[in-house]
Design a protein around this ligand. Structure first.
Ligand SMILES: [Fe+2]
Length: 492
């Protein structure tokens, strides 16, 4: 059972070392020897010793000190102390420091074998215990890493969710309302948005979601010094009572504050908000600020573009007063029809822009053709038809009006596919183009032209019904006819 054990004999008495070497070698042990503490430590450093048989008296260091060093280096090494005299205090001290046993010289070899066998068993148990502890420690570390990883994944997922929600906003969405909804979802808290009344130095409630349990947000709040100081500090939040206030900043100026009501704890530096809560709140307010800034930029660009287009329209109108009035009426009818059809605000906005300028391409048609007080030849008609393409070209010069450009291109398509310029049919024609087509057709017939007088209302309605399903979208035509019959105010 002790065969193969690596044993270090440490004794300055060469005879004892020789005897023990012979005896233990015969029993299959691998023997190393040292006559001083220094040699013993060198042997322990260079070889994986399992048992040390250690004399308590050495020339350079006491056996007890060496025992201590050995046990600190490797607690699984079994140390059997040997001594020439019996000293109970020494024995107790050695045992306290981890000696496996204590043999008094001269000792019987059988007893040594017996003690060694026990030491080997104990050592095995000790190693097993250490392995178990290490694997438990590893398991704990893995669990900790897993938890951190899960937290990171959760954090990234939430960040992605927040970015996604803001990126998917369309021009009609209310950024403030979305921001409040996202905060309420992510933090499971309630929030609202305040704008600033600088005259009264107060916050005024601007947007909140209805809450059913009697919670309410104050309509007005005094602005504290802390709020403004911390809004501009790198910390970018301010806690008052159970609320966290975060500014929406645009170009370094605040435009308002989000107030988030936490739960429970009050009066601490972070209120009841964790670092993670505050991190997400800052991310949400940053995203909302960017959205609002982009919209402000878009609107100012849009205003500029519309101003330019209006100048173009004025130039056309100076040539052709019919076009001016015609475009006005087509816009009004298109908006009334879109209202009746229940279209969304975005489509109405598009019609509001496109209606007055749907014939902007006529700027490219020579006066001799545009203002001709007689029927057009086929060649002249072909030139007139190009106005929808010219109109698209003009609109495409403004990147932000690409949708409007498409609607202008197709405002002379026919529902049956026989229109121009692309021969699109049915719902392939943009809905706003189909609306303009109905109103355009009606108005062209209902008003006096240079080469003919207006048709009577009865004649116009008959003609419109005749065009239903061919030139004009049948559902839109029905709705339009209904509108004319109800309102009767579009006669030129
Ligand atoms: Fe036109």
């Amino acid at each position: 059972m002790i065969e193969g054990s690596k044993v270090l004999l440490v004794d300055d008495n060469g005879e004892i070392v020789d005897i023990l070497t012979d005896f233990l070698s015969m029993n299959g042990c691998v023997i190393y020897s040292a006559s001083t503490g220094k040699e013993a430590l060198e042997a322990l450093d260079s070889t994986e010793i399992e048992i040390v048989i250690l004399d308590i008296r050495l020339p350079d260091i006491s056996g007890i000190s060496l025992l201590d060093t050995i046990k600190i280096k490797n607690p699984t090494v079994g140390v059997i102390m040997i001594t020439g005299y019996h000293d109970p205090n020494l024995i107790v001290e050695a045992m306290k420091k981890g000696a496996s046993d204590f043999l008094i010289k001269p000792f019987e070899f059988d007893k040594l074998i017996f003690v060694m066998m026990r030491v080997i068993r104990e050592r095995k148990l000790l190693i097993e215990k250490q392995n178990i502890l290490e694997s438990l420690e590893d398991k704990k570390k893995i669990e900790l890493l897993n938890r951190e990883l899960q937290k990171k994944i959760q954090e990234l997922t939430t960040m992605y969710h927040i970015s996604n929600r803001f990126n998917s906003l369309n021009v009609l969405d209310d950024v403030y309302e979305k921001m409040i909804r996202i905060i309420n979802e992510i933090l499971d808290a309630t929030s609202c948005y305040y704008i600033v009344d600088t005259e009264k130095n107060e916050l005024m409630l601007y947007k909140e979601l209805s809450v059913g349990n009697g919670d309410f947000n104050p309509k007005r709040l005094a602005i504290s010094n802390g709020l403004l100081e911390e809004a501009f500090s790198p910390r970018r939040y301010h806690i008052e009572g159970d609320k966290a206030f975060l500014p929406l900043l645009i170009k370094g100026e605040y435009i308002g504050f989000v107030a988030v009501t936490g739960k429970g704890l009050k009066g601490t530096n972070k209120g009841s908000f964790s670092d993670s809560d505050l991190f997400f709140l800052k991310l949400i307010t940053e995203k909302a600020s960017t959205q609002i800034e982009n919209r402000m930029l878009y609107e100012s660009l849009f205003e500029g573009v519309l101003h330019t287009l209006t100048s173009l329209i004025l130039a056309i109108n100076r040539r052709d007063s019919y076009t001016e009035d015609h475009c006005k009426r087509v816009t009004q009818m298109s908006l009334a029809l879109s209202e009746r059809l229940g279209l969304n605000g975005y489509e109405k906005d598009v019609l509001r822009v496109v209606g007055p300028i749907h014939d902007v391409g006529k700027v490219g048609i020579p006066d001799a053709i545009l203002l001709k007080p007689a029927s057009l030849t086929n060649e002249e008609y072909a030139i007139i038809k190009a106005h929808s393409l010219y109109g698209e070209d003009i609109m495409n010069k403004f990147e932000i009006l690409s949708n409007e450009a498409r609607i202008i291109r197709h405002h002379h398509e026919r529902f049956d596919g026989a229109g121009y310029p692309d021969g699109l049919s049915g719902e392939d024609i943009p809905s706003c183009s189909r609306i303009i087509a109905v109103c355009d057709t009606y108005d062209a017939m209902a008003t006096n032209r240079p080469y003919r007088n207006a048709l009577t209302r009865q004649e116009v309605m008959a003609e419109i019904m005749r065009c239903k399903g061919g030139q004009l979208d049948p559902a839109l035509t029905d709705c339009f006819v209904e509108m004319i019959n109800d309102d009767g105010e579009w006669d030129g």
